[in-house]
Design a protein around this ligand. Structure first.
Ligand SMILES: Cc1cc2nc3c(=O)[nH]c(=O)nc-3n(C[C@H](O)[C@H](O)[C@H](O)COP(=O)(O)OP(=O)(O)OC[C@H]3O[C@@H](n4cnc5c(N)ncnc54)[C@H](O)[C@@H]3O)c2cc1C
Length: 383
């Protein structure tokens, strides 16, 4: 009988894992990939949609184009997981596996921040799509970009947001009438890379963007147009762009897989405490940030281990905790930071100055994933 591998979540981690397994093992294994959505959207595409650089239709990558030998992709919602028997229940039935990989990402906990549902957020596809229509009408007043808790996905994204917002307001000739404030629950914009943080702080200062580090938004009042911060202070706003507190999906918590909010794993092998149950991506507590590049690196490590095991050939590679992040600096320039979490005693980041030429790198990054996962045209949805 073929080995049955069930992968929960067709996001960055799930798509990469299934692609690598299919490329290496094809029909020799029976992979079931389950996701509740009908399309994948890159995280950074949300910023592009929000600021009108593209449309939601252009960045949606429908799962019907993910066709790989040995992989069945099912559009179902996971409602229960038994990590001991590796049985998964969905709204459409049950799936039994020999090997289970949980790649369900991070959910947004709107209830954790009173009032957040009444204002805008840009971390969900729906929130970004709504802002695509809201932002062009904003002409005057104070915009607060506020993060409601850490850890959150893609630590540089709120910094990118304020720089892109500055550009948009400047292009429209209304920047002078607007103030921008960024509230971040981190000591600096990109803590593992002081150089990157320094460059972002300089970019904020040049543009008159106020930065409030080590602060978290605890509540928002849409009626009074004020955000409450964790030091008890209040910040008035005319437009609030939030980043909700993140949490593990409820179904993962109910399965007893989460501890302190996330799934504990061996950070080098991504194995959970349950035999033949792995967790990759934002859901897993590896010590690396919640970002697509890290989800992909973790998926690669699990793929090499499973391929080696199923071929009876060695042990696979350990996860290296390294990744490259591209950062929008505004003015069409992209910065780059290569971060490494596991090699030394503490995380390090190598910073590359922002440059318009680096945009090509970012485009290639997206295009190569689209081609690998969906076999699509490399230009599509890659910005
Ligand atoms: C604004 C923004 C900008 C970003 N920019 C970058 C960037 O430039 N570079 C970068 O590397 N990362 C970036 N990220 C982060 C990146 O998007 C995530 O870290 C990455 O997608 C995580 O991959 P994952 O596989 O763990 O989870 P996801 O990609 O979130 O996939 C999880 C999947 O599980 C599915 N799912 C969840 N619950 C269920 C259920 N109960 N049943 C069935 N399916 C379910 C979801 O539908 C989803 O498809 C950004 C994120 C945001 C919000």
């Amino acid at each position: 009988m073929k080995t049955r591998i069930t992968v929960l979540g067709a996001g960055f981690g799930g798509l990469e894992l299934c692609t690598l397994l299919s490329d290496a093992l094809g029909e020799q294994v029976a992979i079931t990939l389950i996701d509740q959505c009908d399309a994948f959207v890159f995280g950074y595409s949300k910023l592009d949609v929000m600021f009108g650089r593209t449309t939601l239709d252009a960045v949606r990558l429908p799962y019907r184009h993910f066709t790989k030998p040995g992989v069945r992709l099912l559009r179902e919602t996971v409602t229960a997981i038994d990590p001991l028997t590796k049985r998964v229940i969905t709204d459409a039935g049950q799936h039994d596996a020999d090997i289970l990989v949980i790649a369900l990402g991070a959910d947004y906990d709107f209830a954790a921040t009173p009032g957040l549902v009444d204002v805008d957020e840009f971390y969900s596809v729906a929130g970004a799509a709504r802002l695509h229509h809201v932002l062009p009408g904003f002409e005057r007043g104070h915009v607060v970009v506020g993060v409601c808790g850490a850890p959150y996905k893609c630590p540089p994204a709120p910094s990118e947001c304020v720089l892109m917002l500055h550009d948009m307001l400047t292009t429209r000739g209304v920047r002078e009438q607007c103030e921008i404030t960024l509230v971040l629950p981190l000591p600096s914009p990109v803590p593992p890379s002081p150089e990157t943080s320094k460059a972002l702080l300089a970019a904020f200062a040049e543009r008159g963007i106020r930065f409030m580090p080590n602060r978290r938004v605890t509540a928002v009042s849409a009626a009074q147009r004020v955000a409450m911060l964790d030091d008890g202070s209040e910040l008035p706003f005319d437009l609030f762009l939030g980043v909700p507190k993140h949490r593990a999906p409820q179904v993962v918590e109910a399965a007893g897989l989460a501890e302190d909010g996330w799934v504990p794993v061996n950070p080098r092998t991504l194995q959970t405490k349950f035999t033949d149950v792995y967790a990759v991506g934002d859901i897993a507590n590896t010590g690396t940030p919640k970002a697509g590049v890290f989800a992909e690196g973790e998926a690669k490590a699990v793929a090499t281990a499973l391929i080696a095991r199923l071929r009876g050939d060695g042990e696979g590679r350990l996860y290296d905790g390294a990744g490259t992040c591209y950062i929008e600096f505004g003015g069409g320039r992209i910065g780059r930071v290569d971060v490494d979490f596991f090699s030394g005693p503490k995380p390090t980041g190598t910073y590359h100055e922002p440059d318009v030429a680096l945009r090509e790198d970012k485009v290639r990054f997206g295009a190569s994933r689209i081609a690998r996962w969906f076999g699509g045209s490399p230009g599509r949805s890659s910005r």
